[in-house]
Design a protein around this ligand. Structure first.
Ligand code: ARG
Length: 480
């Protein structure tokens, strides 16, 4: 067993002045790396973001090595102290990132060796960058998924607050973007809350498979050193370790599953954004965006544009593209690690940033918009949205549904020709088309009547909607 008291050789990572230091893998190489190759293969310009996770992983690894007596306690302690110092250097912007050291892993290790010499050179015992990067990614993803979950809950709460206020607001529900049937605004908004809940479930489900510890897989085949993987896992808060070292270093499912879930989430956000764009048009006029959340035109003085929602709508393209990008990188790759997999990071970081910012801005936007109840009510009236209710009334009176549908269709056509709405019809008007209509039938054209009668579970009746609101208030209770 190596002893801490052994005289420390001067670190060979310390290069003579004016010369680039050797690569950590330089032993086998007779020539210096071509600068073109260095620039092309480096990942530190983007994977430096993994530094906090890389350091946390290395600290756990060093503690495990010391506990298993693979390195001395003193070396272990020195490594931990050194890594903590490096963490502070990075946090305070005092760390010099070097592209000739390729990636975050070798940058940190080289700096450690520069600081503490041979002890630093022992850190990489029983480890490869292949299992190291797999670990870093999983640690990073755990944080991102957690953060997204918190942010999605925030957006759900903003929608819920608007829904609570819109419990009596009637609006036309749409199919084919044509006015279809009256619904409560709250019911419509809660549909978005449902979509977001599935996004949370998807990410949480992915989390269970992300939350597995790959370190100790070595380059691909495991290690001859007597390591304790369960101990490392425990230090890093992983409930289990990967079972197969080849799979552990070649698997990018954690990133893929996250990107897939995030892409679906981004699509949901884009649908919400699109409704805000649409509803904010003069044509709809359902929603008002405050000036602080809109932008103007450099040419047309009258313009007030919903750019925030438009950009949020557009971001879904990036999130979908990033998922497809990594999926395509992985397709057909032979086991186990291949350098192609370095291409996982930029799409991953881009989606995490994009989705995080979109969630934040959409939450603020949803909280700040106000709804024009009058415009919605008018749209309900003008849209013949209670035509189904008239048909259902005839069904209750024994008329077959197909016949009732035909009759009410003719009534709507007549109204359209005469420029009338359904609520302007008299009983005599109705009876001309179908004698089965009676006084009660007139009530069926009232949108609120239509809404009240839709008591089927999950329908838009006030009872169903207030039950949904209660459900979400309970589910989303807790710190914002
Ligand atoms: N920068 C590399 C990546 O992102 C780290 C792993 C490199 N491993 C190797 N054997 N070159 O995948």
């Amino acid at each position: 067993m190596p002893s801490a008291s052994r005289t420390r050789r001067k670190s060979s990572a310390k290069a003579p002045v004016g010369r680039k230091p050797r690569k950590p893998w330089g032993g086998r190489f007779a020539e210096r790396t071509d600068p073109l190759v260095e620039a092309y293969t480096q990942s530190v310009s983007f994977d430096h973001r993994l530094a906090p996770y890389d350091i946390a992983g290395s600290i756990a690894h060093a503690k495990m090595l010391a506990k298993c007596r693979i390195i001395s306690k003193a070396d272990g302690a020195e490594i931990v102290r050194g890594l903590e110092k490096i963490r502070r250097e990075i946090e305070e912007g005092r760390f010099t990132w070097r592209t000739d050291l390729e990636d975050v892993h070798m940058n940190v290790e080289a700096r450690l060796t520069e600081m503490i010499g041979d002890a630093g050179r022992r850190l990489h015992t029983a480890r490869s960058r292949n299992d190291q990067v797999a670990l870093d990614l999983r640690l990073y993803l755990r944080d991102i998924v957690h953060e997204h979950d918190r942010q999605i809950a925030g957006l759900q709460r903003a929608l819920l607050a608007q829904a609570s206020r819109g419990q009596e607001t009637v609006m036309p529900g749409y199919t084919h973007l044509q006015r279809a049937q009256p619904v409560l605004l709250a019911h419509h908004l809660l549909a978005h809350v449902e979509m977001l809940e599935r996004d949370r479930e998807r990410l949480r489900d992915a989390f269970n498979r992300i939350n597995v510890m790959p370190l100790g897989s070595g380059a691909l085949a495991g290690t001859p050193h007597p390591i304790d993987r369960a101990f490392t896992a425990k230090l890093l808060g992983f409930p289990r370790i990967t079972r197969n070292s080849i799979d552990a270093v070649s698997d990018r499912d954690p990133a893929l599953e996250y990107l897939a879930g995030a892409a679906i989430l981004a699509v949901h956000l884009s649908r919400l954004a699109e409704e805000i764009v649409l509803w904010n048009t003069a044509e709809f006029g359902f929603v008002r965006i405050p000036d602080s959340f809109a932008t103007g035109s450099s040419l047309m003085p009258q313009k007030k544009n919903p750019d925030v929602a438009e950009i949020a709508r557009g971001k879904a393209g990036r999130a979908a593209g990033n998922f497809i990008a990594l999926l395509t990188v992985m397709k057909g790759l032979p086991l186990s690690y291949n350098r192609d997999m370095q291409e996982d990071k930029e799409p991953l970081f881009d989606t995490a940033d994009t989705v995080g910012r979109t969630l934040a801005v959409m939450t603020a936007l949803v909280s700040r918009v106000s709804f024009d109840e009058q415009r919605m009510r008018n749209a309900v009236r003008e849209g013949f949205t209670t035509a189904t209710d008239l048909a259902d009334d005839l069904v209750e009176k024994g008329v077959p549904f197909r016949t009732a549908h035909e009759v009410v269709g003719r009534i709507v056509r007549e109204c359209q020709e005469k420029g009338r709405t359904l609520d302007q019809l008299t009983l005599a008007d109705l009876r001309r088309h179908e004698p089965a209509f009676d006084r009660k039938s007139l009530r069926r054209v009232d949108p609120l009547d239509s809404i009240r009668r839709r008591k089927s579970p999950g329908g838009t009746s006030p009872g169903s909607v207030s039950a949904q609101i209660e459900f979400w208030e309970r589910r989303l209770a807790g710190p914002a």
